[in-house]
Design a protein around this ligand. Structure first.
Ligand code: MF3
Ligand code: CO
Length: 250
């Protein structure tokens, strides 16, 4: 069952979303060459708590930090550490915040210093695919239309779409129904769901320069591309309206 949020619930999610987007703006300012990902974690965590929010990743299935920082071939769930960022890196920062019992979740990929044209293109295509997916949303649209919008755009640009991880419904919980794949297959089409006004979704395309096969590192968290080619990740929490969708993490 996919639940629909009331106006009141959406307003609380909007507050959580506001904290998330401000934290990601902070990350953009802080993420520079020579800075460690631990510094980002510390500063964003401080900010979230000061705003009255709770970082929801911390403690989730034993996850040790408040944000995920995934560098280059790391797709998602990179753990902040003493690792130093370098010119030419691409850094995905993912953060989820709970505020008065409601959660918002978003991610961006940040270029560190000068990056290559191909990497800038990877970032732009990933971001644009998220906007395309949000663009098809409105009450009564099929879930598969969202997945298809991402896959079609990304593959036309010559990149691949990760299969092993998906977006998700969101609200009181960080992960609610439905799962939102970034690609279409028979299984999705067979149980295709109709999206309705008030449903809240975290849409999160993860795309790769090379193949979409993934691997989890020995720390049991960090997801990397099998071919170690670079990957990008963007995410927004949105709520469906009659004629479109409202981005809560803009
Ligand atoms: N945006 C990710 C997700 O939706 C973040 C989860 S990271 C974790 O699953 F640390 F909380 F697991
Ligand atoms: Co998410």
């Amino acid at each position: 069952m996919i639940n629909c949020k009331s106006e009141r619930e959406i307003e609380l999610m909007r507050k959580a979303g506001r904290i998330v987007s401000e934290a990601l703006c902070m990350a953009e300012d802080l993420a520079k060459s020579r800075v460690t990902t631990d510094t980002l974690n510390t500063e964003l965590e401080k900010f979230v708590i000061q705003k009255g929010g709770k970082p929801v990743f911390k403690g989730y299935r034993g996850y040790p930090k408040s944000i995920c920082t995934s560098i280059n071939e790391e797709i998602v769930h990179g753990i902040p550490s003493q690792r130093i960022l370098n010119d030419g890196d691409i850094l995905s920062v993912d953060i989820g915040v709970e505020y008065s019992n409601y959660v918002a979740d978003a991610a961006i990929t940040i270029p560190i210093g000068e990056i290559s044209q191909e990497m800038q293109n990877l970032l732009d295509v990933c971001h644009e695919s998220l906007l395309k997916a949000i663009g098809v949303l409105r009450s009564k649209v099929k879930l598969s239309a969202v997945s298809r919008a991402i896959q079609t755009y990304v593959e036309a640009k010559g990149f691949s779409v990760v299969r092993d991880y998906t977006g998700h419904g969101i609200g009181r919980q960080m992960h609610e129904e439905p799962q939102i794949p970034n690609f279409v297959n028979n299984e999705l089409l067979k149980n295709d769901k109709t999206l309705l006004k008030g449903m809240a979704l975290a849409i999160e395309p993860m795309i790769c320069v090379g193949g979409y096969a993934t691997e989890v590192l020995k720390n049991n968290w960090t997801v990397v591309t099998k071919d170690r080619k670079f990957s990008a990740h963007y995410e927004h929490t949105v709520v469906i309206t009659d004629d479109g969708a409202d981005i809560l993490t803009k």
